[in-house]
Design a protein around this ligand. Sequence first.
Ligand code: FAD
Ligand code: SF4
Ligand code: SF4
Length: 478
Amino acid sequence: MAQQKMLKFVNVERDMPQKRVPDLRKKDYDEIYQEFAAVKAEEQASRCSQCGVPFCQTHCPLHNNIPDWLRLTAEGRLEEAYEISQATNTFPEICGRICPQDRLCEGNCVIEQSGHGTVTIGSVEKYITDTAWEKGWVKAAKPFAERDESVGIIGAGPAGLAAADMLRRQGVQVTVYDRYDRAGGLLTYGIPGFKLEKDVVMRRNKLLSDGGVEFVLNTNIGVDISFADLRAKHDAILIGTGVYKSRDLGGPGAGNNGIVKAIDYLTASNRLNFGDTVPEIESGELSATGKKVVVIGGGDTAMDCVRTAIRQGAISVKCLYRRDQKNMPGSQRETQNAIEEGVEFVWLSAPKGFTGEGDVSGVVVSKMRLGAPDASGRQSPEEIPGADYTEDADLVIKALGFSPEELPTLWDTPELEVTRWGTVKADFQTHATSMDGVFAAGDIVRGASLVVWAIRDGREAADSILDYLNNASAVAAE
Ligand code: FAD
Ligand code: SF4
Ligand code: SF4
């Protein structure tokens, strides 16, 4: 009888790829998790019980066929595993690295629910596609036939790039416009290398180029090219511009030097790691080296800032968050990584103002307690009167979330409908906006979200754009 390859969770413990020790990883921006060895990946994949109704798949925004690629990995049939994995995910090795799996696929694995520790789905997904790259199985688009229609995509983040890939594979002429000098959106300039090494993103950009996607970089739509001109040039448009307006803080001293936005801080650090000259780092304005750093916020952006500050050689790094650890929005895994690297978390603390004359010297902190749950069920923080104190700081990084830029004003398109939060109104399934032939995907529709949702939106929008182009050419042929 053939040996049973699966259901090994009873005897095989859950195991993640090894993390590099904090003292070593603090010295560079390389990813902290090491690769699974082939034997380990097969062993971990074999823990899956091949559920008839796989909750992991239901809770993956891309509905990845997880049980099938786990079984194929356990059987050593990696090329087939890769084929299945890439059929539903444009960037599986990126999701394997940075999806908050504890809230998505892995958090809903039945083995986890039964107390055996989840199947390490993300690490296996990363392993499959990293191997595919090594073996040369990852191929650029080679459309069966070229089409005449062209699509202009504004924004080279995961939403725009996922759509570009789908459309190009169908032979559509695709041009992606971005105001940055490198494609990738937040994958390139937001998320630090210790979570996602940049060559992983750059090789994807090159693959898209090799497949015929045209990139027009350093081009801000609404400034360098008007939206109207872009629309006249292409048969359809996809808006995938993300959300970049940082939420701000007021209070006394809020205008002091040394109080900076998280996105500026992280972009500068990522640029430096590409080898660019970054005057704001050279001047010290966006550098944590030799400073007492306070980061305000409890989300993933705050976690990326504190860990970057550690790597830049800050004297101390503290993270202020107004709720407690249980109620923070950021990933618990990343918080643990930050604690291991020397970050101090100051829970139940909210900034009230800043000290210093010209240059910041501290943050005035109100101590909080958690009150009754609000409508969403989360406990609201309340100030404890008389418990204020000052936290010393010579660099304060505000990581309080992002909202959308005002696209109808910036692009002179009052007919582009937006929600009351400023996100673009798009049909939930087709991603069509209020303007004919204009679609939208990713954070600019959802508000600040996740890479995996941006990929899903981009893929769905590409399907709708193809329908739109097909209908238009059918009408023209009548
Ligand atoms: P973006 O990635 O923001 O890309 C939008 C692109 O549009 C940018 O390149 C921008 O330059 C371009 N653009 C904007 N306006 C114009 C214009 N007018 N003209 C031309 N180009 C324009 N998600 C995860 O799943 N896991 C994580 O670990 C994670 N960590 C994060 C860490 C940080 C610091 C941040 C800020 C976000 C993180 N996210 C994470 C969220 C994730 O990065 C986003 O949800 C995702 O990148 C959204 O994709 P997008 O394509 O919609 O937009
Ligand atoms: Fe899990 Fe994300 Fe991969 Fe889906 S894409 S299987 S949620 S890691
Ligand atoms: Fe396998 Fe867990 Fe998914 Fe079930 S829920 S198919 S055990 S990974």
